[in-house]
Design a protein around this ligand. Structure first.
Ligand code: FAD
Ligand code: NAI
Length: 462
C-alpha cells in the first residue's frame, strides 16, 4: 500500500493543475486517471479538439471569403477531412503528453485506472488500495441526454462523437443552442453541412447579455446556420444512416419533423460522480450528481475535497483550474481563493463572444443604477482592415462610482480582449481607469478603451 499527502481522482484541468500545485507546495501527490491519456474531457474530447477544428475551419472560411479581397488569388481549398482530424489528434497528443511531462517534472505519480473511495483516506485503483491524508474529487462531467433520445455516437452523437464523425454530414440537426451546439454547429456549417439548431428557449446561449444574444444569432444566421426557436424536442428516431427529429413548438404546440444524417445532442452536461463510492463515505451529492461543498472546495467529510465540473458553478476548464490551485493551497495551509464574480466565459465561434461579470438584464433585475458604454468594431481601424468589424464591446459600470460591473464583447479576439477587463475588475477599477490607459494603435483593444470612454464623456471614433 502506498501512502500520499494528497490523491486527486481525475486528471482534467481541475485535477492536473491541483496535482502540480500540491507537488509545488511540497506535498507527496498522486493523480488517478482511468483514461489512456491525461488531461480529462478538456484535452481529449473538449476544449482542445473543438478549438483545433474551429481553427482549421475558420482558416477555410477566411480563405473563401476574404483572400480575394486582399489580392490573394488561390485555388479554392479542398477539405481533406481525414487529414483535418489528424491535425486535431496531433494537437490532442501534444497537449496530453505535455501533462505527462509536467507530472514527471513535478514528481506527481499517475495511478492508472479507475479510482473508488472505499473509506475516508483510502482510494482503491484496480486491486490496490492507496492511502492519503487528503482526497480531491476532480472527476468532471459527462454529456446529459434527453428522454426519447438515444445516443449511439454514430448518427445521434454527443460532442464526443461529433468530433470524430467518419465523414462530413450533408444535414445536421443540433439540439440545444448553447456553447457546444454553436461551436460545433459552426465547424460543420463552415464545412458545407446544412446545420439546423433546435432550441427550447426563445434565445440562444441562455444567461448571456440580451444584446449580445441577438447580434450573435443574427451573425450565425448570416453565416448560413438555421434556427428553430421555442421548440421542445420530443424524440429522435434513428436508423443506421439517418435520423428524424420530432419537436413541438411551444407557442402553438404544433408538432414538426426534421431529417438529418447526424443529430448532435448538446443539451448540457452533468457531473460524473457515479460509482465513486461517495454515498459509502457519506459525501453529500445532489440528485443530479453534484458534489456539495462549503463554497471553497471542502465537502462535508473531513479530508475530502471537490473541484471543477463535479461541483457547483460554470462548467469551464479555467474555473476548474482555479479551484484546483485554491484547494491545493488550502490543503497546504494557505489561503486559496477563487473570485467567482470574475470568471470569464468565451465562445470560440467567428466572431468570438466573451463575457465577464453581470449582464444588463441581471443589473435591471437587481434594481442597480448602472451606465452602458458601447463601441462598435466599425470604428476600429484594425478591425476594418481585417474584415472583422462586425460586433461591439459593451461595458457596464456603476452609475455613481463608475466601477466596472460587467463586460460583453462580440468581435475579433473577444476571448483575449476580455482579460484586460477581468484584471481591471479584480483591481476594483472604474471605467475611467481603462479609458485613461494608453492602448497601442492599431489594435482591437482600442475598442475596449473606447467602450470605457463611452461610460464617461464619450468615445472618440464614434
Ligand atoms: P474533466 O476534464 O471532465 O476531467 C475529469 C477526468 O476524471 C476525466 O479524464 C475522467 O476520465 C477522470 N475520471 C472520472 N472518474 C474517475 C475515476 N473514478 N477514476 C479515475 N479517473 C476518473 N471549457 C472551457 O473553459 N473552454 C472551452 O473551450 C471548452 N470547450 C469544451 C468543448 C467541449 C466539446 C466540451 C465537452 C467541453 C468544453 N469545455 C470547455 C468544458 C471543459 O472541458 C470542462 O469544464 C473541464 O474539462 C472540466 O474539468 P474537470 O477537471 O472538472 O473535469
Ligand atoms: P449549455 O447548457 O451551454 O446549452 C444547452 C442548451 O440546450 C440550452 O440553450 C438549453 O436551453 C437547450 N436545451 C435543453 N433542453 C432542450 C430540449 N429538450 N430541446 C431543445 N433545446 C434544449 O450546454 P452545452 O452546450 O451542452 O455545453 C455543456 C457545458 O460545456 C457548458 O456548461 C459549457 O460551459 C461547457 N462548454 C464550454 C465551452 C466554452 O467555454 N467555449 C465550449 C463547450 C462547452
Amino acid at each position: 500500500m502506498s501512502s500520499y499527502d494528497v490523491i486527486i481522482i481525475g486528471s482534467g484541468p481541475g485535477g492536473y493543475v491541483c496535482a502540480i500545485r500540491c507537488a509545488q507546495l511540497g506535498l507527496k501527490t498522486a493523480c488517478v486517471e482511468g483514461r489512456e491519456t491525461l488531461g480529462g474531457t478538456c484535452l481529449n474530447v473538449g476544449c482542445i479538439p473543438s478549438k483545433a477544428l474551429l481553427h482549421a475551419t475558420e482558416m477555410l472560411h477566411e480563405s473563401e471569403t476574404n483572400f480575394a479581397k486582399m489580392g490573394l488569388n488561390v485555388a479554392k481549398p479542398k477539405v481533406d477531412w481525414a487529414a483535418m482530424k489528424g491535425y486535431k489528434q496531433d494537437t490532442i497528443d501534444a497537449n496530453t503528453k505535455g501533462i505527462e511531462f509536467l507530472f514527471k517534472k513535478n514528481k506527481v505519480d499517475w495511478l492508472k485506472g479507475w479510482g473508488t473511495i472505499t473509506a475516508p483516506g483510502k482510494v482503491k485503483v484496480g486491486d490496490e488500495v492507496h492511502e492519503a491524508k487528503h482526497i480531491v474529487i476532480a472527476t468532471g462531467s459527462e454529456p446529459s441526454s434527453l428522454p426519447g433520445v438515444e445516443v449511439d455516437e454514430k448518427v445521434v452523437v454527443t460532442s464526443t462523437g461529433a468530433l470524430e464523425l467518419p465523414k462530413i454530414p450533408k444535414k445536421m440537426v443540433v439540439i440545444g443552442a448553447g456553447v457546444i451546439g454553436l461551436e460545433l454547429g459552426s465547424v460543420y456549417n463552415r464545412l458545407g453541412t446544412e446545420v439546423t439548431v433546435v432550441e427550447f428557449l426563445d434565445v440562444i446561449t441562455p444567461g448571456m447579455d440580451g444584446e449580445i444574444q441577438k447580434t450573435f444569432q443574427r451573425t450565425l444566421k448570416k453565416q448560413g446556420m438555421k434556427f428553430v426557436m421555442g421548440a421542445a424536442v420530443q424524440k429522435v428516431d434513428a436508423t443506421k444512416t439517418k435520423a428524424k427529429v420530432t419537436y413541438q413548438l411551444r407557442k402553438d404546440e404544433s408538432t414538426h419533423e426534421l431529417e438529418a444524417d447526424t443529430v448532435l445532442v448538446a443539451t448540457g452536461r452533468r457531473p460524473y460522480t457515479e460509482g465513486l463510492g461517495l454515498e459509502g463515505v457519506g459525501v453529500q451529492v445532489s440528485d443530479r450528481g453534484v458534489v456539495g461543498s462549503d463554497g471553497h472546495g471542502k465537502t462535508n467529510v473531513d479530508g475530502i475535497w471537490v473541484i471543477g465540473d463535479a461541483t457547483d458553478g460554470p462548467m469551464l476548464a479555467h474555473k476548474a483550474e482555479d479551484e484546483g490551485m485554491a484547494v491545493a493551497e488550502r490543503i497546504a495551509g494557505q489561503a486559496g481563493h477563487v473570485n467567482y464574480d470574475v470568471i470569464p466565459g468565451v465562445i470560440y465561434t467567428h466572431p468570438e463572444v466573451a463575457n465577464v461579470g453581470l449582464t444588463e438584464e441581471a443589473l435591471k433585475e437587481a434594481g442597480r443604477d448602472y451606465k452602458v458604454g458601447k463601441f462598435s468594431f466599425m470604428g476600429n481601424g484594425r478591425a476594418k482592415a481585417n474584415f472583422a468589424a462586425d460586433g461591439f464591446v459593451k461595458i457596464l459600470a456603476d452609475k455613481s462610482t463608475d466601477r466596472i460591473l460587467g463586460a460583453h464583447i462580440i468581435g475579433p479576439m473577444a476571448g483575449d480582449l476580455i482579460h484586460e477587463i477581468c484584471v481591471a475588475m479584480e483591481f476594483g477599477a472604474a471605467a475611467e481607469d481603462l479609458a485613461r490607459t494608453c492602448h497601442a494603435h492599431p489594435t482591437y483593444s482600442e475598442a475596449v478603451r473606447e467602450a470605457a470612454l463611452a461610460c464617461g464623456d464619450g468615445p472618440i471614433h464614434a
